[in-house]
Design a binder for this molecule. Structure first.
Ligand code: PMP
Length: 287
């Protein structure tokens, strides 16, 4: 099935999908995006993703390119045309096309692009061994809660991870506290079984997987602490894991050169991963 993308009102062959050179996303990274998981033909937490999309747009004073209901229809049609059942849909909205000038243009329509692709499940090796993370200084701006397409520090962090044969890079703030991964939220489990993740604020993206997992943790009766944890605390944690719409709940077994806990994926992490898959299977919105 040939791939198609939705670009500013039209479905076009993926290979020919293009935006104008004066799109403000291209020139200023003046835009936002969302990634929604498709699990067995169902969209996971679509409403929460659209809530966050509207919030990101609001913070940047970019208008919705179409109604929320229309966005949902376009997402479904893009998925249908590409025959995707397990993967992601990517939505990107920029402030639109205008002669290059930093300040907001007058009367420019926001530009909307959607693409979708099938994704393979994580390898058995990754799940059995867990992921390695490296650590890098967090050099981002102070509005990481906005899901901006301006991702250079995240790109550099992920590249640093790749060059070390690691899956992810954890970003560490000036006080030695872990903020989050380059494209995931960061979690640890303490020696006495408490699940810890940084509180939502301007320093991290409030992951939708994070939000849903917090509800699951609470409903399953585990103890959750939303607070900052230092890299030193993470190094001696019993377990560690990351969450995102494409990593789900993924065990972390090594931070830089230090094994986490006994160096194997944590037991509680495994339980939370299974709870999250059960949630996806039961709570998805069939397209
Ligand atoms: N933090 C960052 C910086 C991210 O890019 C992502 C993924 N977009 C996440 C956290 C996880 O968010 P979500 O669970 O919504 O995929």
């Amino acid at each position: 099935m040939p791939r198609e993308a939705f670009v500013n009102g039209r479905y076009v062959p993926h290979a020919q999908a293009a935006v104008h050179i004066e799109d403000r996303g291209y020139q200023f990274a003046d835009g936002i995006y969302e990634v929604v998981t498709l699990h067995n033909g169902a969209l996971i937490d679509e409403e929460l993703h659209l809530d966050r999309l509207e919030r990101s747009l609001g913070e940047l004073r970019i208008a919705m390119p179409m109604s929320r209901a229309a966005m949902k229809l376009v997402a479904r049609e893009t998925i249908r045309r590409n025959g995707v059942s397990n993967g992601i849909i990517y939505m990107q909205i920029t402030r639109g096309v205008a002669p290059r000038d930093h300040k907001f243009p007058h009367k420019t329509c926001p530009a909307l692009v959607m693409t979708t692709r099938q994704m393979k499940p994580h390898s058995a090796k990754l799940l059995a061994e867990g992921a390695k993370v490296v650590t890098v200084p967090d050099i981002r701006w102070s509005r990481c809660d906005i899901k901006s397409i301006s991702l250079l520090p995240n790109v550099l962090a992920k590249q640093a991870a790749a060059e070390e044969g690691a899956y992810e890079a954890w970003q560490v703030d000036a006080d030695g506290f872990v903020t989050e991964g380059s494209s995931t939220n960061a979690w640890i489990v303490t020696g006495d079984g408490k699940v810890v993740t940084r509180a939502a604020g301007h320093e991290i993206l409030n992951g939708i997987t994070r939000i849903s997992l917090i509800k699951l943790i609470e409903s399953q009766g585990y103890t959750l602490e939303e607070r900052s944890f230092s890299l030193d605390e993470a190094r001696v944690a019993k377990e560690a894991f990351i969450t995102s719409s494409t990593s789900f709940v993924l065990p972390v077994t090594q931070i830089d050169d230090t094994p986490v806990g006994n160096g194997h994926p944590g037991i509680l992490t495994g339980k939370l991963r299974r709870h999250y898959f059960d949630f996806m299977t039961s709570a998805g919105d069939p397209i």
